[in-house]
Design a binder for this molecule. Structure first.
Ligand code: FAD
Length: 613
């Protein structure tokens, strides 16, 4: 089977016997038509239909390496920048369709599976079979276009101890025994969004919580069909109240459902196991495979779409009631624009600096994506706050569709009109704002964004640990000595750099030509200019110290002289672009040396050799 259509997705769901407990009711199937799920399930079906729409299918699908049939782009293993761009465009198309509100669309975990399967050898460290298993499972999900969700963290019983120590170790899902064919899991995991209507449940390690050697029983990664015997979902109260789309525009479409996951001796065959009893592999699961990078690439694409929606909504709101011109309103709109442009820039930087990982997968740069995923949980919280503040009482003047079309229609048209909209249109807009910032659906969205990748407080630790801070520390340490260098020493350093480049001119030119793709003639010119830059800076060292000013501008300073002296103030941060990787490095480094400052230089990665040579 290739990329599924909406009806194929719904057809499979209709046949599934998923066990869900919801509001006192036990379901063992029939999820697709249950009032708690039927609307969101149809929103998901629309996404699958897009895969067959001529307007989108070239972006949303690519030919399966196994069959040549179209399969979803999120499975595409990126080897070129164009592949990465297609992956982003596909995620953006889907995210735009839900205004970024759906967080578990298939592309999220399909991206993880793609990266995990590419790292087959890493899984093979424990046993070659695990490597085979993850590759085969990825191919199965790709070819059948299955919808996966995941469950990662232990129940929230007592966070003062690790999950494996809660209630004597009985609560958290763990392996209770193995037989000839596989493992048996008992216990619970805290949550799985879309659990009730996914096809597959990935029981994976946490992205943030670390396992210790004592957690062996709890340290595994496997995949379970959603209607496996013994698997139960305990779903929360739905926030889709079955109201018309006019009244609850978001909740009636995008209410994904979250559910506690209970394993009542669930048997998982070995071919569905990828890591078993190995805390260390669980801790490296996302980072060593680059899965976290590709997941975050998808997530930042989605949150960009969501921020675009917020900006559009906010702009319509401020125009509707004529408050655009007030400075504090503009400051709030500016805050949303800043968030949007920050996300876009980080996404772009991540793709521009992408490099193949050890498995040959073109992997976006991690630092910008990691920055985005650490920023957004906090930045998003401001959006509902801003909408509430600016919508004010208008958010309470929100009659229902029955009112808009009923006896109150004339009053609504007259008294609820706005500067730009008639009464009925204004009500429609304000109901959308209400569902984005006040409704229970919006509250769940804010919570979701905050905890999307785990607890942001505890995410800071890995963020700091994975960031290479040594160059900046070195710059600060070096400043203590560079600022004391006398002018003749600084001049000697600069002359020696110029001479060094001169002696290896041709080597520099050829490296530049190869890495930056510029004609050799242009590369040679750039090398000459860099030598010139260092020589000019060497001359400047003797001019920098300052000047004498005659101060006889007024009677009381007559006969006095002023001395201007210049001192380096601190390390300088230099960022160099890709187009002149040698000379524009010289433009930062040479004046810094001339003035006695140390430099932390951020180079464009594709020309790193040339720029640091
Ligand atoms: C809407 C929603 C959907 C979700 N969907 C999924 C899903 O599909 N799959 C999935 O696996 N998970 C899902 N999650 C769970 C998500 O991964 C967790 O919310 C997140 O990891 C934080 O864990 P927790 O909620 O148990 O909070 P807790 O760990 O219980 O933390 C509660 C509070 O205590 C503090 N705290 C607790 N322990 C420590 C500590 N050791 N050090 C410092 N502070 C501490 C935290 O900072 C926090 O403020 C979802 C969560 C939400 C809200």
């Amino acid at each position: 089977m290739a990329a599924r259509s909406g009806s194929e997705f719904l057809g499979r769901l209709a046949a599934a016997r998923v066990h869900v407990e919801i509001q006192g009711e036990t379901l063992t199937g029939g999820v697709a038509d249950h009032p708690a799920f039927r609307n969101v399930v149809r929103s998901y079906a629309e996404l699958y239909d897009m895969q067959h729409d001529p307007a989108y299918r070239d972006i949303l699908t690519y030919p399966s390496p196994a069959t040549g049939e179209p399969v979803a782009t999120a499975f595409l293993t990126p080897r070129t920048p164009e592949d990465l761009a297609q992956r982003r465009q596909a995620s953006k198309l889907w995210a735009d369709r839900s205004l970024g509100m759906l967080g578990r669309t298939g592309d999220y975990l399909n991206s993880a599976l793609m990266a995990l399967a590419s790292a087959q050898d890493w899984f093979g460290q424990a046993d070659a079979q695990y490597g085979e298993n993850i590759r085969r499972y990825y191919e199965k999900v790709r070819e059948e276009d299955l919808l996966c969700t995941h469950t990662l963290i232990p129940p929230q019983a007592n966070r003062a101890v690790s999950g494996s120590q809660q209630a004597g170790g009985a609560l958290m899902a763990h392996i209770v025994r193995e037989d000839d064919n596989g493992i048996v899991i008992r216990g619970a995991r805290m949550l799985a969004t879309i659990g009730p209507f996914a096809d597959e449940l990935l029981v994976f390690p946490s992205t943030v919580l670390r396992n210790t050697p004592e957690d062996k029983q709890y340290s595994f990664a496997c995949a379970v069909p959603n209607d496996a015997t013994g698997l139960r979902y305990l779903a929360r109260e739905p926030l889709d109240y079955g109201r018309p789309r006019h009244d609850h525009p978001l909740g009636s479409r995008f209410e994904e459902s979250d559910a506690v996951v209970i394993f009542d001796d669930v048997h998982v065959p070995y071919e569905r196991c990828f890591v078993l009893g190995d805390p260390e592999l669980c801790n490296g699961f996302y980072t060593h495979t680059s899965a976290v990078v590709h997941m975050t690439h998808q997530v930042v694409t989605r949150t960009t779409a969501k921020t675009e929606y917020i900006l559009g909504l906010l702009s319509l709101l401020t125009q509707a009631i004529g408050i655009e011109q007030f400075p504090h309103v503009q400051a709030d709109v500016a805050e949303v624009i800043t968030t949007l442009e920050t996300l876009r820039a980080l996404l772009r930087a991540a793709e521009a600096d992408a490099a193949p990982n050890e498995f040959g997968v073109l992997t976006p740069a991690w630092a910008p994506l990691n920055t985005a995923r650490n920023l957004y949980p906090r930045l998003y919280q401001r959006f509902p706050e801003i909408l509430r503040k600016l919508g004010a009482s208008g958010l309470m003047a929100t009659p229902t569709e029955a009112d808009v079309t009923g006896p109150a229609a004339a009053d609504i048209e007259t008294y609820l009109q706005s500067a730009t909209l008639g009464g009925a249109e204004r009500v429609r807009l304000f109901r959308l704002v209400w569902d984005t910032c006040i409704s229970a659906f919006s509250g769940r969205q804010a919570l979701y964004e905050y905890y999307f990748f785990g607890d942001p407080v505890r995410m800071a630790g890995p963020y700091v640990a994975s960031y290479d801070r040594e160059p900046y520390q070195a710059a600060v340490r070096a400043f203590g000595s560079t600022r004391r260098l006398p002018a003749f020493e600084r001049q000697r350093v600069l002359r020696s750099i110029a001479q060094h480049i001169t002696s290896r001119k041709e080597e520099f030119a050829r490296t530049l030509a190869q890495e930056a793709g510029k004609p050799l003639k242009a590369a040679r010119t750039e090398v000459e200019r860099a030598i010139f830059t260092f020589n000019v800076a060497a001359e400047e060292t003797t001019r920098i110290p300052g000047e004498y000013l005659s101060l006889d501008w007024q009677q009381f300073t007559s006969g006095r002289w002023g001395i201007v002296r210049r001192f380096p103030l601190g390390p300088i941060a230099g960022i160099t672009p890709f187009n002149f990787p040698l000379n524009l490095v010289a433009h930062k480094v040479a004046p810094a040396i001339a003035s006695g400052s140390s430099t932390a230089l951020i180079t464009f990665s594709a020309t790193l050799t040339a720029s640091s040579g």
